[in-house]
Design a protein around this ligand. Sequence first.
Ligand code: F6R
Length: 250
Amino acid sequence: MAEQKQMGKIKVIVCQDKQEVAREGANIFAQAVRENPAIVMGLATGGTPVGMYKKLIQMHKEEALDFSRASSFNLDEYLGLSGDHDQSYRYFMDENLFNHINIDKSKTRVPDGKAQDTQMSCRKYEEDIRAAGGIDMQLLGIGSNGHIAFNEPGSGGDSRTRVVDLTEGTVRDNARFFEDGSQVPRKAVTMGIGTILEAKKIVLLATGSNKADAVTKAIKGSVSSAVPASFLQHHPDCTFIIDREAATGL
Ligand code: F6R
């Protein structure tokens, strides 16, 4: 059974294992979709949310969880990759979620990694989020260095959607997904920390011992751009769903 604790403003749910993290995360999202079918979801890629997406697909198929009125904005995309590249985040989202539920694909948004004018396209992404009424529920993972989306250490709490350089560590972490490590992009388009903090509710998932240090600093450390996830301490409605391995420092 998951254990709940309140740490400052952050609610922490500690699960037995990553399967339970996936279930808890999916339950929170599913309930939000049922309460507000026209929900605007903020979504993440990476290894961590895959189990939760599988659960949501199962709930759609077996329990008629209905995404027909929902829309979404993804956190980030590699710069230079088009949506049909099999390592792009657009491709990831299609494969791991959108192709298997009844969401209207035209209402799913991922930053454009191939925009001619990146500044304009970042500004437009922010405008589109605002025009949609803001993000109702934002899903996050966390990097082993404390990054959220691709806001690497040094990112300001008021940063907005923009092009960023990935750190060597992040490039290394992401290389496992690429056949040829030299092909890993070194730049990305990411929502800013300020953009993320405007979501009405935030749910962060973390599993495994390699995330324990980042999780501890995010929740108990001082709020600073050295650990971008620490800015979440300022958010009024943020829940961390983590497994026991990621919770060892709490
Ligand atoms: C992905 C993203 C990243 C990941 C983080 C953890 O959209 O924004 O911040 O959430 O790098 O990645 P995994 O889940 O692969 O450990």
